[in-house]
Write a protein that binds this ligand. Structure first.
Ligand SMILES: CC(C)(COP(=O)(O)OP(=O)(O)OC[C@H]1O[C@@H](n2cnc3c(N)ncnc32)[C@H](O)[C@@H]1OP(=O)(O)O)[C@@H](O)C(=O)NCCC(=O)NCCS
Length: 181
């Protein structure tokens, strides 16, 4: 039984497909709207989501009513995973769903061989940097914003990383002690 099923028998996780683009784009843009003031454009669009689906995976957390939240994961070189674009239904934020999705994304990357997770947070979101720090991430550097042409104010990325705990290996075969005769 997966981590998620154990915690909530109603909600389930599935991988998004290209057919989910029309679900994902408005959901992500709605979730990010209050924090998107530094850009001329919305957070995402169908062409960007299509690119993301080519390069990585969106994990969707759903219940019987619909989508609760999602996380994007990408498997990179050198056993590194990337996580981004966590978006939770604004009516359901602050109830632990983001924390749960982050763990689900980390578990997904770990199962696929990642030992380190990378994230990039815009420097205008100190609240988010602090949130990730509480989840075990540390600041490792800075990088320029990827598309400066869409910015209405200067900003850059804060790069963060977390080393995942190694997956416990099965116990070795118990050593049989010879029975004293
Ligand atoms: C940032 C975001 C992903 C966080 O998701 P969330 O579901 O609101 O986050 P959580 O509820 O797990 O955590 C927020 C706080 O809620 C509180 N909380 C956590 N579990 C809770 C629970 N079971 N009950 C009540 N409150 C809880 C805690 O204070 C928690 O902070 P902490 O875990 O660091 O102590 C979400 O707000 C969001 O979608 N924002 C818009 C998009 C965005 O900015 N995404 C991030 C870019 S990667």
């Amino acid at each position: 039984m997966s981590l998620l099923q154990a915690e909530n028998p109603v909600a389930g996780v599935r991988l998004a497909t290209i057919d989910d683009t029309d679900l994902l784009v408005p959901f992500i843009n709605h979730a990010f709207a209050p924090d998107n003031y530094f850009k001329r454009t919305e957070r995402t669009n169908p062409s960007q989501v299509t690119d993301y689906l080519r390069n990585g995976f969106f994990l969707l957390l759903e219940d019987t009513v619909g989508l609760l939240g999602l996380i994007y994961t990408e498997l990179r070189e050198d056993n590194r995973g990337y996580i981004g674009m966590i978006a939770i239904d604004p009516d359901r934020q602050g109830a632990g769903i983001g924390t749960r999705l982050l763990r689900i994304g980390e578990e997904f990357c770990c199962e696929k061989g990642s030992s380190v997770i990378e994230i990039a947070v815009v420097n205008l979101r100190p609240d988010l940097v602090a949130w990730y720090q509480r989840k075990g991430y540390r600041v490792v550097g800075e990088a320029p914003y990827v598309r400066p042409e869409i910015l209405v104010m200067p900003c850059h990325f804060i790069l963060m990383e977390k080393t995942l705990a190694p997956t416990p290996t099965a116990d070795p075969e118990p050593q049989l002690t010879p029975h004293p005769n």
